[in-house]
Design a protein around this ligand. Sequence first.
Ligand code: C2E
Ligand code: MG
Ligand code: MG
Ligand code: MG
Length: 289
Amino acid sequence: AAKGDGRGVQRFYRPEMLAGAQSRKQLEDHLREALIEDQFHLAYQPVVSTKDAHIVGFEALLRWEHPTRGAISPADFIPIAEDCGLIERIGEWVLRHACAEAARWPGNVRVAVNVSPIQFANPSLPALVASAIANAELPPERLELEITESVFVEDSDAAERMFRNLKALGVRLALDDFGTGYSSLGYLKTAPFDKIKIDQSFVRGAAVPGNRNAAIIRAIVMLAETLGMETTAEGLEVQDEIDLIRDLGCSHIQGYVYGKPMRAAEARRRLEAGAVAQPLGFRVSRSPR
Ligand code: C2E
Ligand code: MG
Ligand code: MG
Ligand code: MG
C-alpha cells in the first residue's frame, strides 16, 4: 500500500489509483494544477475530551476535488506529492489555511496539522510555522503539529534539533499513528511530544472481549501519562468504543462517532452552537472516509 511514511522505502501504487491517469507523470501534473487552480480544501474533524465531551480542537485534513476525476484521497496523493517535491508547497498551503481558520474559532480551540517527514527534514520548517502563526495571529499553543514515527528513521540528531526549534515557538507536537511504524521506543526518551495519537488499528476490535488491543491501548496510555503526554484514540465509530476508550484512560477521542471531517464553516457552526460534542446515534459505515 502507498503510505506516506518511510522515506527511501519502495512504494507500490494501487492499480485503481493510476486508472484515471495515463501515467504517474499526469497525476503529478494534476497535483501541480491543483495548487494553482484552488482544487484543495481542508476538512476539520473534532477532537473531543473524554472528561467532559468538549471539543478541544480539530484536525485539519487535506481534500482534493479534481474537476473530472472527483475526490482523491490524501492517502493516495500525499505519497506522490512527497516523491515529486510538491509536498513543501502543499504543506505550506495547509499550514497557512489551517492557522487562518483556527484564528476565527472561539476560546482556545486548537487546530492540528499533519506535517510530512519531508517537511520535517527541511531546516526552514520552524520559520514557516512562525510565519503562519504570526500572519494568522494565532496563539502558538493553539497549533499542534502531527508527525509520524518515520521521522526518527533517518538522522536523529537533526530530528532532535527540529523538535527543539519547533517547541521554542510554543507550538504543540503530537506523535501520529503511534504503534504502526517500525521505530524503537527510544525516541520517547527525548522527543518533547505533548500528545500521542493511538492509531485506529488498535481501536478497531478493542471492544470485542478477549481482543488484545485493549491491553495495548492501556499500556500506551500508562506510558504517555508517565511521560506527561496526552493521548488521543483515533477512528472511533460507535458508542461502545467511546465507553471503552474512556475506561482505558485516553484523554481524547477522534472519530466518525463525533463527526466526519467537515467544512470550515460547519466546524465553526458546531463551535458556536456549544463546545459539547454529541455522539452520533447511529452506526456509521466503516468503509468510506
Ligand atoms: P491521519 O493523520 O492519521 O488522519 C486520520 C485519518 O483517519 C483521516 O483520513 C480521517 O478522515 C480518518 N478517520 C477519522 N475518523 C475515522 C473513523 O472513525 N473511521 C475511519 N475509518 N477513519 C477515520 P484521511 O483524511 O483520508 O487522511 C489520511 C491520511 O492522509 C492522514 O492520516 C494523514 O496521514 C494524511 N494527510 C491528510 N491530510 C494531510 C495533510 O494536510 N498533510 C499531510 N502531510 N498528510 C495529510
Ligand atoms: Mg493526523
Ligand atoms: Mg493518525
Ligand atoms: Mg494515518
